[in-house]
Design a protein around this ligand. Structure first.
Ligand SMILES: *[C@@H]1O[C@H](CO)[C@@H](O)[C@H](O)[C@H]1NC(C)=O
Ligand SMILES: *[C@@H]1O[C@H](CO)[C@@H](O)[C@H](O)[C@H]1NC(C)=O
Length: 436
């Protein structure tokens, strides 16, 4: 079953489609969550050679592909889709490892050509070549020069899936023999994380038999509009004392903001420096500060910092500093039940106003590993879960510092090895890569 072979590395804290809606009065909706994304890994500007020792073009070299604007109507013409590629480990007949970071400018993602990431690890193991493809409508891969409703008509999941097929069928890669690696004759492996992990899963289902294998990390395959469950993994996995106190404070603020007296409301506003806040619901929302600097009032930031954690983050991580502020009193840590509302409310307010003022991944509930899901891992569709955060398994380094992430990567690589067995060149057998 080569055709339906794919692996889902679903992490404790994976990504989701998310709302960025506005309230009727124009204010951004408080339920907007921090953007999930594939971790950026930019390759060092090192000299890269192929297996014959020949120097390869720099990894930052930009190539373009003439992509169809509308796969249902090719007469509409093409746009230039950017991609990056290298063939450090490639041997003739080897697989092509295709990755897109999804909803991002792909330019800083050149690390996904190298063995700093799972893509390169697959290529190294299978003697394949790697490609980073920019997703339509991101970076400089735009079908149109504007983002009008008319232009955005072609920004659909189906067009994005069809892009992958059309690219893999028609691209002429710059490497020797690269004009003869069409997916119709060569095994291709699709890799993605976060949204592009979901895209990987959807592509495997939508185009059965097209890609020989797929690897989807933190694949948020379920679209969820009111994603309250973003906070569930955080609540479950943060230190118990911090979790207990945060729950107590949130319940208290909820209750005062919905049915408290003006003086009770003002007391809380004063604690957090929200005297100028008109709309109480603005206190709770959570936006990345860089994008919405006017909305930095929102205490959900303290919890959203969880998303920035990764397996290599030590106790100095922003999220842990927040918990220390709540839970360490005169040098003593609170028991698992926390210090209780009174201390926690004061301590949070003080941390918020004096220290924080901002700067695993809560997207699990949109993946196949969501609570209450009972999706079985099978040899054709293995599901591997480690103690990572959002897309942790994509990065080689995370496997070095965390054995559970390494186990996911090892399982993914082993599955792909099995699926490609007998198809790709092995070190000793078959034709060696050579100049043509
Ligand atoms: C990754 O690739 C580099 C060359 O680009 C090589 O020196 C290194 O040994 C590789 N790492 C592993 C773990 O194989
Ligand atoms: C209590 O909080 C401290 C400080 O953040 C933390 O180091 C410790 O692990 C927590 N203990 C429990 C039982 O939650």
């Amino acid at each position: 079953m080569w055709s339906s072979a794919w692996t889902i590395a679903s992490f404790i804290l994976p990504f989701v489609t998310h709302t960025r809606a506005r309230l009727p009065d124009g204010r951004p909706h408080a339920n907007t969550l921090p953007f999930p994304k594939v971790p950026v890994v930019t390759a060092d500007d090192l000299r890269v050679t192929d297996i014959t020792g020949a120097t390869l073009p720099p990894l930052s070299t930009i190539y373009t592909f003439d992509q169809l604007i509308d796969h249902t109507n090719p007469s509409l013409g093409t746009f230039q889709q950017r991609y990056w590629t290298t063939w450090e480990w490639y041997e003739t007949g080897g697989p092509i490892i295709l990755f897109t970071p999804g909803e991002e400018n792909a330019e800083p993602y050149t690390g996904y050509l190298t063995n700093e990431t799972i893509n390169g690890q697959i290529a190294q193991q299978e003697h394949g070549a790697t490609i980073v493809l920019e997703h339509r409508y991101y970076g400089l891969s735009n079908p149109f020069s504007d983002l009008s409703v008319q232009s955005l008509k072609y920004h659909t999941i189906q067009q994005a899936i069809d892009d992958l097929e059309y690219f893999a069928t028609n691209v002429q890669l710059p490497m020797p023999g690269g004009n003869d690696v069409s997916i119709t004759t060569t095994p291709w492996v699709l890799v993605g994380g976060s949204y592009s992990g979901a895209l990987t899963g959807w592509t495997m289902v939508n185009k059965p038999g097209l890609f020989r294998a797929g690897y989807a990390s933190s694949a948020v395959v379920e679209a969820i509009v009111d994603y309250w469950a973003y906070f569930e993994p955080i609540r479950q996995f943060m230190p118990a004392n911090c979790s207990a106190d945060v729950e107590a404070v949130i319940a208290h603020i909820d209750s005062v903001f919905t049915s408290g007296s003006t003086s009770e409301i003002n007391h809380i506003k004063a604690l957090f420096g929200w005297q100028d806040l008109t709309h109480l619901d603005d206190a709770a929302g959570s936006f990345p500060a860089s994008e919405f600097s006017l909305l930095r009032n929102q205490v959900r930031y303290n919890l959203a910092d969880w998303q920035s954690l990764d397996v290599g983050t030590g106790p100095g991580g922003q999220f842990f500093k927040f918990c220390d502020a709540l839970e360490v009193k005169n040098g003593v840590s609170a028991p698992a039940s926390g210090w209780g509302l009174d201390h926690a409310l004061q301590a949070w307010g003080s941390y918020w106003t004096t220290t924080y003022y901002p700067q695993s991944d809560p997207w699990r509930e949109a993946t196949v590993s969501a609570d209450g899901q009972d999706i079985q891992s099978t040899p054709q569709q293995p599901i591997a879960v480690g103690d990572g955060f959002h897309c942790s398994d994509l990065l080689t380094f995370n496997g070095v510092v965390d054995s559970t992430v390494l186990a996911v990567q090892t399982q993914g690589l082993a599955s792909i090895k099995g699926w490609l067995e007998g198809i790709v060149p092995s070190k000793r057998a078959s034709v060696r890569f050579g100049r043509r």
